[in-house]
Design a protein around this ligand. Structure first.
Ligand code: ZN
Length: 488
């Protein structure tokens, strides 16, 4: 056995254990008995300790020194193992433990503060999280930018400066579209209730049409929609609301995009470092293009309207065109996860600028709420009415996820690039979507992007699929065209 073979055998077992740990948290969000929470925390902690020991095992360092890559796949495997090993050994063990302990506690503090609408109950804990994340970033950054070091966990090779240039270019156009849209008269709303069983049937049917493989996946109900797993076991969750069928339908299509990415990876890469999505931004590009560019297109909305009439009968919308407008309407709102394609990115830019300033020590936790509220009013045109609609709405900061938010908008940017390339590759895409035939669209994404997993770096895989390097221009063209036409 060569050093490379030894290393890959060890990694395969680490990957398998990581999948088991992932399935424990899937279980916790779906079917775990309520009384098992304490025991589960201990089980998850034990798994995490095993994984941490494997990731920092000195043998990995020795194998990496001796291993030789004989092809492109081996080069990529070594690159990812080297990155993960370097990260794991840079963070002192006591800091890693302190962060894990703090972030498991702080999520509960955040949830309580949010339901009590009490920012001051959360800020001391957030201050501790920020302090530890800054220490972690210092350990990771080798003297470079702290926030860049944190972004690297989610989007390798991306830098805050590049993101901020991109976002600054996008922001005025988005604000202008938002202003124009909110000046329009309101549309009729859907008249429910929408039978829950019918929503679940319709969503499963759509998942299948979008290419989700039920032989290697399953859908369950959970409080939050998410996808988890990779390779031959990729699961998603959904939720329903009897007055709002779009919540179930579009979050399912979104999660199916994530799941199809994982299911679409070359089986030869399963249970290896490159056998999963390459970055959060590229992952999000798949969920967004399924959900938005395809799922909210005029052509597909026409088809979906028919399915919804079959499932729910008359629901207060009388024709396809009105249905398309209802699906894509822009409304006032405070909540990121409920935002439309235009305003969503404004939510992200707000968080990006604030968390970047926090990490640079240019903004203090004590001033965070005021900074949030000022920025929200500037970009959205009205004031935050209560903390759960403002600073306390997202879980991310409480669990130490700094550097994660920008990958959502980066996913939109990548989706914009991929959609232009897809339209060129499939000239009759609209006609296909109008009859609910998604095979060419999802097949193109699988063949040109999903199959590679982590073989190429994020920017490279998008560039290979599109033929040009990613920029925000295709997304902005798409949003401008779509929403100006809707406003006309
Ligand atoms: Zn997503």
């Amino acid at each position: 056995m060569s050093a490379f073979d030894d290393l890959m055998a060890f990694e395969r077992e680490t990957q398998a254990l990581a999948r088991v740990a992932g399935r424990l948290s899937w279980d916790q969000e779906t079917v775990m008995p309520r009384g098992a929470a304490g025991q589960r925390a201990e089980e998850a902690g034990a798994m995490e300790a095993v994984l941490h020991a494997r990731r920092t095992d000195p043998r990995v360092g020795a194998w990496l020194d001796a291993a030789e890559a004989k092809d492109e796949v081996a080069v990529a495997q070594l690159r990812l193992i080297r990155r993960s090993y370097a990260r794991a050994i840079k963070v002192p063990a006591d800091l890693a433990t302190a962060l894990a302990r703090l972030t498991s506690k702080s999520q509960g503090v955040w949830a309580e503060a949010r339901s009590a609408e009490d920012v001051s109950a959360f800020l001391p804990t957030l201050q501790e999280v920020v302090t530890l994340k800054r220490r972690e970033a210092e350990a990771l950054s080798d003297g470079g930018d702290l926030y860049d070091a944190l972004i690297d966990d989610f989007e390798p090779q991306m830098k805050a400066l590049e993101l901020s240039v991109m976002f600054d270019e996008m922001r005025p156009g988005l604000v202008a579209l938002r202003e124009a849209a909110l000046a329009q008269p309101a549309l009729a709303s859907l008249s429910g209730p929408f039978d829950e069983a019918a929503q679940l049937r319709l969503s499963r049917d759509l998942a299948q049409k979008f290419g989700y493989d039920f032989d290697r996946g399953r859908i369950d109900k959970a409080v939050h929609p998410f996808s988890s797993g990779s390779g031959d076991d990729v699961r998603i969750t959904m939720r329903t609301a009897t007055d709002d069928p779009f919540n179930c339908i579009y979050s399912t299509i979104h999660e199916v995009g994530h799941a199809c990415y994982e299911q679409g990876i070359d089986p030869a890469h399963h249970l290896t470092p490159i056998g999963q999505g390459v970055s959060m931004g590229v992952h999000e590009s798949q969920s967004r293009i399924y959900e938005n560019q395809i799922g909210r297109s005029r052509a597909f909305c026409g088809y979906l309207y028919g399915l919804m009439r079959d499932a729910f009968g008359d629901f207060g919308v009388t024709d396809e065109e009105t249905f398309y407008r209802v699906v894509n309407r822009l409304e006032r709102g405070y909540i990121r996860t409920e935002a439309d394609e235009v305003q969503y990115n404004l939510h992200i830019m707000l968080r990006f600028d604030l968390e970047r300033a926090l990490m640079a020590d240019a903004l203090q936790v004590s001033d965070l709420e005021a900074a949030w509220n000022d920025r929200f009013e500037a970009d959205f045109g009205y004031a935050v009415d209560r903390p759960s609609n403002g600073l306390l709405q997202d879980v991310h900061w409480s669990v130490g996820l700094f550097g994660y938010f920008p990958t959502y908008s980066l996913g939109n940017v990548y989706a914009g690039c991929l959609f232009e390339a897809l339209q060129e590759a499939v000239p009759d895409l609209e006609a296909q979507l109008a009859r609910g035939d998604l095979s060419a669209a999802t097949g193109w994404l699988r063949k040109n992007l999903q199959v590679h997993g982590g073989l190429y770096e994020p920017r490279e895989v998008i560039t290979r699929a599109c033929g040009t390097a990613p920029t925000a221009a295709p997304l902005m063209r798409y949003l401008d065209q779509k929403f100006r036409a809707l406003l006309a």
